[in-house]
Design a protein around this ligand. Structure first.
Ligand code: SF4
Ligand code: SF4
Length: 411
């Protein structure tokens, strides 16, 4: 009787939960789901049981059993696996399966620690915490998105700002987000612009609220921005959307010739529709909708929940899956420096240290060693028993704020 090698392709990944298994082609994103019972599952288990390789030696009569060959044909049709008669090959085929090398192992931490600044990717710097607005979102928006806040009423020392920019210039980071308070209240604002002008390799996104622009008594400061190509003004608009207000905002910005985009921080479907209609009416080309959750709009949050189709339509590659297994893709490499010098990797967790007192590398090392943010992955209930554990986006701030560990309609 003939014997065969039955194998999975090296780019195939297998994920199992209590009741089903997902066999996934990381090149084409095709997949097969099977229940964790029956002959197909037992064959899959036997393929997976060889250490390091995806291979099973199988007798002809078992391979051609109705249920087994139907499973194998499914694997073939999605290029997930194949079989070959043993006499057709002189050696046992070696089909190594994809394996993640854990980034947060002690050895890697030592290596990472030496060159930790190289991991900096996203930097948010609050230049001042001063602001005279009284927004209701001030007490919670900063826990969800990059936005101004009044957590301290200090100003960042200009020398510290310069030091930070010099450090960041030598990392892989391409841009810096500048926030307030009201950034236009920063007493060294013009000096900061001079420094930005001399740092063309970095993009500076100055984020402010629309109210900061509308209440400017003198628009001279906006005109200063227009001659600096590496500055982009990102205006955040919160609450119900009014066309007259936005028209005034648009006029001010366009009269000064400044490059800008608008982020609408929306909390309801109504605000979403208003914003879309007004952007069309005013021909805004650069705008984004960002959801802001609060205690009253958790029903609106449900619209953000994803389902199986959404997850699988992400077409995750092997690299995407590995990244989600090892780091939080939203937070990894990110720091927020407040105007009082406190440094955070995520505003929902404790400060890692203070830039006035400690070296930035030492502060970042704390995130590597004991931080909760950069390596926050889906390894908790209910995600740790779900086949989509590494297909779903990394846990976001919305999940922390909503007190849910999953933003899906699956579990
Ligand atoms: S504009 Fe920003 S800093 Fe000022 S009150 Fe509103 S949210 Fe807070
Ligand atoms: S969020 Fe968690 S429970 Fe929901 S599909 Fe993703 S991994 Fe599964």
């Amino acid at each position: 009787m003939n014997t065969y090698w039955l194998y999975l392709e090296p780019y195939t990944m297998v994920f199992s939960e209590k009741e089903k298994s997902l066999i996934y082609n990381t090149l084409s994103s095709e997949y097969l789901q099977i229940p964790n019972s029956g002959k197909a599952y037992s064959i899959l288990q036997r393929i997976l049981s060889s250490p390091d390789i995806y291979l099973l030696k199988i007798e002809e009569d078992e391979l051609f059993e109705k249920e087994v060959i139907a499973f194998v044909k499914n694997l073939q049709s999605k290029f997930l696996g194949e079989y070959i008669a043993c006499h057709m090959t002189t050696r046992k085929p070696v089909i190594l399966y994809p394996k993640l090398k854990l980034l947060r192992s002690v050895k890697n931490m030592e290596t990472m620690g030496k060159d930790i600044l190289a991991y900096l990717q996203k930097i948010v710097i609050q230049i001042t915490g001063k602001c005279t607005c009284q927004c209701s979102v001030c007490s919670y928006a900063y826990k969800q998105i990059t936005v101004c806040n009044r957590l301290c009423d200090k100003e960042l020392d200009l020398d510290i700002l310069l030091q930070l920019i010099t450090i960041i210039r030598n990392t892989s980071a391409k841009s810096i987000d500048i926030i307030g308070g009201n950034p236009f209240f920063y007493s060294s604002f013009e000096k900061m612009l001079e420094v930005i002008k001399l740092t063309p390799m970095l993009q500076f996104n100055i984020k402010c609220f629309s109210e900061h622009i509308i209440t400017l008594t003198d628009c001279k400061v906006l005109s200063l921005l227009k001659n600096i190509p590496n500055i982009h003004l990102q205006i955040q608009y919160v609450g119900n959307v009014f066309i007259d207000y936005l028209q005034e905002l648009q006029m001010r910005l366009e009269n000064c010739g400044v490059r800008y985009g608008i982020e609408f921080l929306i909390s309801s479907e109504e605000q979403y529709s208003q914003a879309i209609d007004i952007c069309k009416a005013l021909s805004f080309s650069q705008y984004e909708m960002i959801v802001l959750l609060n205690e009253k709009n958790m029903d609106f949050a449900k619209q953000m929940y994803w389902d199986e189709e959404d997850i699988l339509s992400l077409n995750s590659s092997k690299k995407d899956i590995y990244r989600r297994q090892s780091i939080n893709t939203f937070d990894f490499g990110k720091i927020i420096v407040l105007a009082n010098g406190d440094v955070y990797s995520n505003m929902n967790f404790d400060s890692l240290g203070n830039i006035y007192k400690e070296d930035i590398s030492a502060i970042l090392l704390k995130e590597l060693e004991e931080g909760k943010s950069w390596f926050r992955v889906r390894n908790n209930i209910p995600c740790n028993d779900c086949v989509y554990q590494w297909f779903c986006p990394s846990p976001s701030n919305y999940e922390i704020v909503a007190g849910r560990l999953n933003f899906c309609s699956i579990k």
